[in-house]
Design a protein around this ligand. Structure first.
Ligand code: AMP
Ligand code: GLY
Length: 428
């Protein structure tokens, strides 16, 4: 089968590595891909939002399956574009329809969906530009910390948490009236603050059946000890020691089943990954957010633990036969360390040559922000590489990934040195 994967990050490199291993894949194309994915297939310089160029490529290359990595094309309706096109509708496309992608694309919609289907989540209200006064009054009526969220996609930056009422009011005003996050903050969700520890769970569904994939914990802040600005993710580990069978059962009963049933009841076509951003408060799950795709860097920790043939799994999604598959999960621990450009998530320089990429042992090196320039691989983004190791214990997996990080060099490299430490302490 000829397969097209859309996206260009570490997540896509992890997908590409797994797809390439499958005997069912005769040729993999990645659009646009990165130097890492070029080792797994053919990179094509087309952006995931350029639907007409993607159509041309799919027809020319006789692609039978398209796997969508990032959220943007999904929110923009790439799945509907395929379903509505006579020439494309027989192509298997992995990802939700635009209606399903709204679970990520609109926080107000996703909160309403959770409430409609009785899914545990923080109490909230949403406000539009015309309702600044009501929003301000609402802030006055609740307790700190205040959680404000831009309704739309804001590249992971649209959430403000403040313990100061005056500051929260200022932020609400700047989001609504000054469009701090552009159109994304024309509507703002204000919600109750949830206590607990965060964890991400992933579900693959064919619309009827579902499989629960390994969970992961992501480290979002730039600084050690969870300090500083939010990033796309500085590391991930899987499995997560505090996620036990009882917690998973609660998530399945209270969140996953109502989500799949809710999508069906609302006639929302959803064949793809559902990312559950969860808070674990003393063993009780509460939904923070849905994403309509896999996480990055969580994918880099989760995919290496899935022993099934990924293409077979995705084909079962397309054929609505996920119930015929038994997941085979590697019981070992995966630890992913993200190496970034110094300055990220603020301004940073790029174009620095990367050395040591071929010198590491027993570690997957997933490329994220890299480029080929004049025959060498250089830094080309904030998040540069994701290094994943698998080992019998979390401690060993972390040690292996950190050993690899010490071998790889480029100017102004930075990575957190405490990924997984909180959980090692938890295991003691
Ligand atoms: P989101 O974009 O919704 O994932 O929010 C970004 C981050 O803000 C989350 O990963 C949490 O760390 C935090 N967060 C969001 N909503 C809440 C909440 N209601 N209570 C506590 N923390 C939250
Ligand atoms: N790592 C968080 C995300 O992919 O949204």
């Amino acid at each position: 089968m000829r397969i097209l994967l859309l996206g260009s990050g570490g997540r896509e490199h992890a997908f590409a590595s797994a797809i390439k291993k499958s005997n069912l894949c005769s040729q993999l194309f990645i659009a646009p891909g990165n130097p890492g994915t070029s080792k797994c297939g053919i990179n094509i310089n087309i952006l995931p939002n350029d639907f007409s160029a993607i159509k041309e490529l799919v027809l020319k290359e006789q692609i039978a399956m398209v796997v969508v990595g990032p959220e943007d094309p999904l929110v923009n309706g790439i799945v509907d574009f395929f379903m509505d096109d006579v020439q494309l509708k027989t192509v298997a496309i992995i990802g939700p329809s635009a209606a399903g992608a709204r679970l990520e694309g609109s926080k107000a919609f996703s909160k309403e969906f959770m409430i409609r289907h009785g899914i545990p989540t923080a109490a909230y209200q949403s406000f539009t530009v015309k309702e600044l006064e009501e929003g301000t009054k609402f802030l006055e009526s609740i307790h700190a910390p205040y959680v404000l969220k831009a309704d739309g996609l804001a590249a992971g930056k649209g959430v403000i948490i403040s313990s100061n009422l005056a500051h929260a009011k200022e932020e609400l005003k700047s989001m609504l009236t000054d469009q701090k996050f552009g159109k994304a903050s024309e509507t703002v969700v204000i919600e109750e603050f949830l206590n607990g520890i965060e964890v991400s769970m992933f579900v693959l569904t064919d619309g009827e059946n579902y499989k629960i994939l390994p969970e992961a914990k992501d480290y979002k802040r730039i600084g050690n000890g969870d300090t500083g600005l939010n990033t796309g993710g500085m590391g991930a580990i899987s499995p997560v020691p505090f996620v036990d069978a009882e917690f998973i059962k609660k998530v399945e009963e209270q969140i996953i089943i109502p989500t799949i049933e809710g999508l069906k009841k609302e006639n929302i076509v959803y064949k793809g990954f559902i990312f559950l951003g969860l808070m674990n408060d003393n063993g009780n799950p509460s939904m923070i957010e849905y994403n309509c795709r896999m996480g990055d860097p969580e994918t880099e920790a989760v995919i290496p633990r899935i022993k099934n043939d990924l293409v077979e799994l995705l084909q079962a999604v397309a054929d609505e036969k996920l119930d015929t598959i038994t997941l085979k999960i590697d019981p070992r621990s995966a630890a992913t360390i993200v190496m970034v450009s110094g300055g990220y998530p603020g301004n940073f320089d790029k174009g620095f040559p990367i050395t040591g990429l071929d010198k590491t042992l027993n570690t997957y090196i997933f490329h994220s922000g890299t480029a080929f320039i004049e025959g060498s691989i250089v830094t080309n983004g904030g998040r540069v590489l994701a290094l994943t190791s698998l080992a019998d214990t979390l401690e060993e997996a972390l040690a292996q990934s950190y050993a690899a990080a010490k071998i790889i060099h480029y100017d102004y490299e930075y990575y957190r040195i405490d990924i997984g430490q909180d959980l090692l302490n938890f295991l003691l």
